[in-house]
Design a binder for this molecule. Sequence first.
Ligand SMILES: [Zn+2]
Ligand SMILES: [Zn+2]
Length: 290
Amino acid sequence: MNPLARAVNGLRSRGECADMHIHTAASIDAINGNSFIDYMEAGEKAGVIPGFLDHFQAEHLAEEDYPFAPANVNGYLESYDRARETGLRSFLGLEVDYYAPTQEEWNQQTVAFMDDHRDQFDYFVGTVHDILGNKITLRDELERLLQQEDFDQVVADYFTILQAGIAARRFDGFAHLDVVYRFNGTGENALLARRDEYLSDPRTWQAMAACAWTGTAIELNLRGFDHPWQTTYPAEPAVTRFLQTFPGAIFFVGSDSHDVGTFERFAPLVRDYCGKLGSPVPDVIAAVDS
Ligand SMILES: [Zn+2]
Ligand SMILES: [Zn+2]
């Protein structure tokens, strides 16, 4: 069993709950970035153990100030060690980008980094954001991509890369499997309509099944409730059906918070979903909440 799956099982057996997808100021897209300790203190109050998941993107490795560049990574790890000296609980993972075969060099650099640093992180979570040099999780970049190819092709490209990433068997977990639908829905950020069939996309099911077969943990990412998509990634109805077929599949909960305010706002929902996935919430936490 991989270290992430083991951690999730351990939490469940102790009736504990963790939010395994949190970004600190070390993530490029964290605007009002918070420190490890900010989250650890907030987590202690909210009854949710923070699991850090900053972005590792091989495309930035040559940049001088990138936290995971060879000259800087030890500084990042030392600041985590100092935060842990508080005795507050946490996990240290990384959200690691997987790229199309046209960027194979980046995938090789990524694998080399994970091999070198396996002992210093609790888990590595694979993720696909990048299609033809555009991040599908950024509205303006998705808009730019849609000038090159239609949305059905974007979705097809996304799932092709995702399946290859899971099949590479390099990751302990995979993040937000159907996030390509982030901007499909309603609200001011919506870009496209949300069609019912997106909620039960067979490719999302195949990705979940590939994770289950390879022992890869699957993220239940809650941040979709903040997005036009308005449900979890993967979509909650699909997850519910999937667990009936694959009851042994391991899911972990993530809020994808990029600041501590979001982490605190999502903490009650994180605890709800920990409970739904089989981790009872201890009474003491309910008492703190009221
Ligand atoms: Zn992501
Ligand atoms: Zn993230």
